[in-house]
Design a protein around this ligand. Sequence first.
Ligand SMILES: [Zn+2]
Length: 676
Amino acid sequence: MNILLNTFDTKFNTAPFESIKNKDYKPAILKLIEEAKKDIDAIVNNTAVPKFENTIEALEFSGQQLERVTSIFFNLNSAETNDEIQKIAQDISPILTEFGNDITLNQALFTKVKTVFDSKDSLDLTTEQNTLLDKKYKSFSRNGANLSEDKKLKLRAIDKQLASLKLKFGENLLAETNAFEMLLTKEEEVSGLPEGAKEAAKQLAESKDKDGWLITLDYPSYIPFMTYADRRDLREKLAKASGAKGFKNDALDNQSNVLDIARLRFERANLLGYKTHSHFVLEERMAETPEKVNSFLQDLLVKAKPAAEREFAELENFAKELDTIDQLEKWDSAYYSEKLKQKLFNLDDEQLKPYFKLENVIDGAFQVATKLFGLQFKKIDTIDKYHEDVMTYEVLDENNDLVSIFYADFFPRAGKRNGAWMTSYKPQFIKDGINERPHISNVCNFTKPTKSKPSLLTFNEVTTLFHEFGHGLHGMLANTTYPSLSGTSVFWDFVELPSQVLENWCYEKEALELFAKHYETGEVIPMDLVAKIKESATFQEGMQTLRQLSFGLLDMSWHGINPSDITDVKTHEYKTFEDTNLYPDVKENCMSTAFAHIFQGGYSSGYYSYKWAEVLDADAFDYFKEEGIFNKDVAKKFKDNVLSQGGTENPMILYKRFRGQEPKPEALLKRAGLIK
Ligand SMILES: [Zn+2]
């Protein structure tokens, strides 16, 4: 009897972690795929006229147990994995991809979906149903379902080419990163490096049977060296090596890959009826069009540039005073910025950590949620856990009704990947009149307490906890009918609003007083320290903004136009950077050939969303600040129009309903200290 094959007979219907055996997964998933296929066949073979219920809704609720089981499996592959689970993941991933393709390429199914879509005006659908219909239709049409057979073949050929080019781009980048080593043998060559970084460099050298210190282009090695190493010539050497990745006209060069990827994406978009690749991507984003993204970036650029130039001049003066540097170069940036930051703020983690005992911070996040949304968090020990470190909570509303189950998994261990994230073990949805509540999880990697020492968080970890908890609230407070529109299933440039907005409470006196208490004395964190945290958080914000904008503009410059006019990667890039450059150009370096986010990963026409999300969260928090950071009415508006609504409507409509107007960048610029 495979426990994964049936609805779980557990309290709150939680995942029966302690009864699942690894060997259950693969057979269960294979069996559930077969069942899901039968669900699909039933839709296709239905002889009744295709309607919303028998087609779109039926498709939405098909293969539910399969999704439940795969989400448990892949969540555990991130949070508590081992060789056996990884092996199973390798086995089943291609099978699941193929199953997904079988659906989107199922022409008979599409014909039914299209029939419903074409008659939608006569169907009297709710807003949420309309959104679902649109989403389902586009999951086919955006994959070419409307194309003629020869164009379909062409699309598949382009997809295949793109996949292999992206792979090649990544392989070249990795090979370039691994090919470079800088072996230092004299103590003065590592002067300035903190002990930890020196130790790591020494160990790396030893691991390769070398004497001295080995520096590489891997971030954990590269970043500390650029930030602390006193030897300017060595920083230059390292920076130039890093900047030349994929740009040396050799076997690992990425220039033609960049040009080909941009050209094929453009062709693909044209084939599907879109003007450019950006038009294709942005159709499913809050920003909607490349014109809007470009004017968003340009507007911020104009407003941030004066501050950036001021900060650059300040940094230049500082470097001149300190080391008689005449022309600040790219490899001086991190080094002098760090020194200037120390001089201005002299703030270090150790000063702050005693005020941020983990238990207090968790309690603080819960208290903020209580004050804003009336939620109560009750620890429960009667449901299964996948590891003893996981803490489990029943989340209740003011009427003591169940809102969600919440798993908090905060400590690192061998089977957990790095970083911090939110995920769910069961989605929220309404079916047969029952509002199924979600099971949400936050996973982080904070230092584990010992018998003698509690877990004390750095300030960065505090904001990380609040960030993930914000995603968590988006999941917990979900209140939609359809699971694929629920909680965090929103457009990509909207998903960071709930998480980033919650970080703002970490900087507010009224919130910090609730939980930032010294773990030994109970003293509340001194407000001059808080002021310093706030101020240092906006250190060089103008320059940082300019840098982010330059990446966003570069991304759009490759994808928002017809790229066939671009013949030379570096020339194109140089022109694009003209308005954002503060440092002299390094002619043997190129950004595009190593810009993995957009040419290898999934960020093409999406880099702007980092800044977009910041504008949203600052603008939203400004509303709270105007009315009081614990104002119940504003919180209710946020919950009713944003957190509970998931992706049921266009995010701009949801946002305007909450805020009363479209988001404006002024709050961000003010928070960042760029305007008064
Ligand atoms: Zn996030």
